[in-house]
Write a protein that binds this ligand. Sequence first.
Ligand SMILES: CC(C)(COP(=O)(O)OP(=O)(O)OC[C@H]1O[C@@H](n2cnc3c(N)ncnc32)[C@H](O)[C@@H]1OP(=O)(O)O)[C@@H](O)C(=O)NCCC(=O)NCCS
Length: 192
Amino acid sequence: MSSNFPQFVTKRLVIRVAMASDAEKLCQYYVRNQLHLSPWEPKRSDAYYTLRWWQLRIAQIHAEFNDASAISFIAMTPDKSEIVAVANFSNIIQGVFKSCYLGYSIAKAHEGQGLMVEFLQTCLGFMFENVGLNRVMANYIPVNERSGALLQRLGFEREGYARKYLKIAGSWQDHVLTALLHEDWSARKALN
Ligand SMILES: CC(C)(COP(=O)(O)OP(=O)(O)OC[C@H]1O[C@@H](n2cnc3c(N)ncnc32)[C@H](O)[C@@H]1OP(=O)(O)O)[C@@H](O)C(=O)NCCC(=O)NCCS
């Protein structure tokens, strides 16, 4: 494992980039939560639920980290026995843009306990303060009220509405477009 992978310990979570040895746990996360996640994610092939898929995906996650195009975090229980949630900061572009997209989910069994707030607040701090981003964008399907509430709680602001924006669960779905700016993140942090 690359020694420069970030790692954080919060009140209820251990947060880091997945290692090769996490493939089994990551596979279990998606197998166990297949029904819970399927309305909000692209259609998955049968291969997606295999150990081999996650071994290859973790290798890709490391390549993306090393070329600075994406950072994918996992959140684990304090004893590291289970993956609780995932967050992917993708399409990182530096230069005059300094922006990326954020995608996330939490296991059904851990939903509604404020763990996503705890997880994403930590990851966002790293993306703004260490990676140096100016903007993180996150988009959700209008009926996904939990996702909208989570983004609002984190300080994301609505910027627009895109029709037929992503092909989710087999059909093109409208999305609410939101974003969080580094300066707004810093102002909120100073208040807390
Ligand atoms: C969207 C999703 C990630 C939200 O996760 P969540 O577990 O509801 O998120 P959290 O519990 O961290 O935060 C949300 C609520 O928990 C509440 N909460 C409970 N205990 C809390 C605590 N100790 N600290 C902070 N918040 C707490 C908060 O009040 C917050 O509610 P609010 O909306 O009234 O502010 C989750 O529903 C999910 O994985 N859905 C399926 C996949 C998905 O939709 N992904 C996103 C696609 S855009």
